[in-house]
Design a protein around this ligand. Structure first.
Ligand SMILES: C[S@@+](CC[C@H](N)C(=O)[O-])C[C@H]1O[C@@H](n2cnc3c(N)ncnc32)[C@H](O)[C@@H]1O
Length: 472
């Protein structure tokens, strides 16, 4: 335990009124190493303050895109490390701070700790550049002494404190409680170890899996995705420019594969599929590559731009509709007489995305328990809206990349109660799925981040396969 007298006192009367929105409008004139750290600290603060994604927090900052790609990657690595090591960093800083400093100063300290304790950057540079960040604005200059003193102590005492923490302390408490309840303590411990690791890169190909696995120096996973050990620079890999493949976690590739299996021998060939909440289009590309006639709907035109680019790059075609799923009606359909016209509908519903924490550790910190409740009611509405488009005898896939059962398993019973003409079409364990151990007794797919552990894990996902009865 640290004695109270070792606290470092926050300076009084420092006129710091953070106004991030204003601050972010201008690009500070600073040397690249300082600027990189400034962007990282601001991004961390933005995720916490505004509940945005880390990507949006960086993209929203003036001048960030002008930074050298290597500096941008470093800034992202620093910020992501804060979210991977939140509990450990908090435990290191707590005994050293008498009062909680302003949010931006806290973010500077957290990003510096990430560098000092967990990244391969010189400790001297991490301390020096963080002090420079604070000195670079008259609003924060008064904190330079505090930041310097705290970080010097972190270099001496931090590693020992960080090592005493259980990895699961890096999860926010409300999430670790909910996951312990749903999956048990052992699963929680294993998931926590996954948070600390760099995830691999999974790739879905248009065709020739074996050939591309060789060219990309990857291995073929049980369900046909190709895995490379590290993410690296995806756009520079062979076959990216020519659109031979796209990045997609193995778990995210399962909904379309399971839909194809439900459709019998010809799979998706020639089938009409409505892809709801489609952007940026990982599943749209899979559906197209498997021969389906796809209508892709999303309410975000900006995200659909990425889907358009992805389709163009991979040389595929889909009808694209910018609309809220709740309002969507196929062109020419009479809403009063409409009885569903698609062979299959896939709803990849908006969710907390907590299952993607290996790739996006910020998802653990930009949501709260209240958001899960709100998402659950939205998912109910979207599921009912999706069901309207399934023709009699047709199929419906509901999936989310969330680890919260409220966004997965718990959504199915209310849906089946409201639509008695649908039934659960249980997913059967087949050899490739057996290897992943993702099929539950109820016939859902539920994957957790520590599944497929020896090969690097997989995203957390929930998939339910439903079918409309033929009569009516
Ligand atoms: C999980 S992402 C979809 C990922 C996508 N299916 C893929 O495989 O790349 C959820 C998407 O739902 C969209 N969305 C959220 N609410 C929506 C709504 N009410 N109507 C249409 N799209 C919505 C978001 O814009 C976002 O693109």
């Amino acid at each position: 335990m640290t004695d109270k007298k070792h606290y470092i006192k926050t300076p009084n009367n420092v006129p710091y009124e953070p106004n991030l929105t204003e601050d972010f409008k201008s690009r500070p004139k600073l040397p690249a190493p300082t600027l990189t750290r400034l962007y990282a600290a601001r991004a961390v603060q933005l995720v916490i303050r505004d509940g945005v994604t880390l990507e949006a927090a960086f993209d929203g900052q003036a001048g960030y895109s002008d930074l050298d790609p290597r500096d941008r990657a470093f800034a992202r690595l620093i910020a992501a490390t804060v979210f991977r090591r939140w509990g450990q960093i908090g435990a290191v800083l707590k005994p050293m701070l008498k009062d909680k400093p302003p949010a931006f100063i806290m973010s500077v300290l957290q990003t510096a700790c990430a560098q000092i304790l967990f990244l391969d950057t010189g400790q001297h540079a991490a301390v020096g550049e963080s002090v420079n960040v604070v000195k670079s604005s008259s609003k924060t200059r008064g904190f330079a002494g505090l930041v310097n003193a705290v970080l010097r102590r972190v270099t001496r005492e931090g590693p020992k404190i960080a090592a005493t923490m259980a990895p699961s302390e890096n999860f926010p408490r409300w999430l670790s409680n909910s996951w312990t309840k749903a999956y048990g303590r052992q699963a929680l411990r294993k998931m926590a170890l996954q948070l600390m690791k760099d995830p691999p890169l999974d790739i879905s190909v248009v065709s020739d899996t074996e050939g591309w696995a060789e060219k990309l120096d990857g291995t073929v996973l049980p369900t046909g995705s190709i895995r490379k050990d590290r993410i690296g620079n995806v756009t520079e890999l062979p076959g990216f420019e020519t659109g031979a493949w796209w990045a997609q976690d193995i778990a995210a590739s399962l909904p379309v594969k399971l839909l194809a299996r439900a459709l019998g021998d010809d799979g998706l060939t020639g089938k009409t599929v409505l892809d709801l909440c489609a952007a940026p289009g990982g599943k749209t590309m899979q559906l197209c590559a498997m021969g389906a006639d796809v209508t892709a709907v999303d309410k975000s035109d900006k995200r659909l731009d990425r889907l358009r680019q992805n389709l163009e790059r991979t040389g595929q075609n889909a009808q694209i509709v910018v609309e809220d799923v709740k309002d969507f009606m196929p062109e020419g359909a009479d809403p009063d007489a409409y009885n569903g016209q698609f062979d299959a509908v896939l709803l990849d519903a908006p969710c907390s995305a907590t299952g993607t924490f290996r790739r996006h550790p910020d998802v653990l910190f930009n949501k709260s328990h209240t958001d899960i409740g709100k998402l659950g009611s939205l998912q109910n509405k979207l599921l009912l809206a999706a069901a309207r488009h399934v023709k009699p005898g047709g199929h419906l896939i509901y999936c989310t990349c969330s680890l919260q059962t409220e966004e997965g398993e718990a959504r199915i019973a209310p849906f089946l109660a409201a639509r008695s003409d649908f039934r659960l079409n249980p997913i059967l364990t087949e050899p490739d799925l057996d290897d992943l151990q993702v099929v539950t007794q109820e016939g859902y797919v539920r994957s957790l981040p520590h599944y497929l552990l020896k090969k690097g894990g997989m995203d957390g996902f929930f998939i339910a396969r439903l079918q409309r009865t033929k009569e009516n």
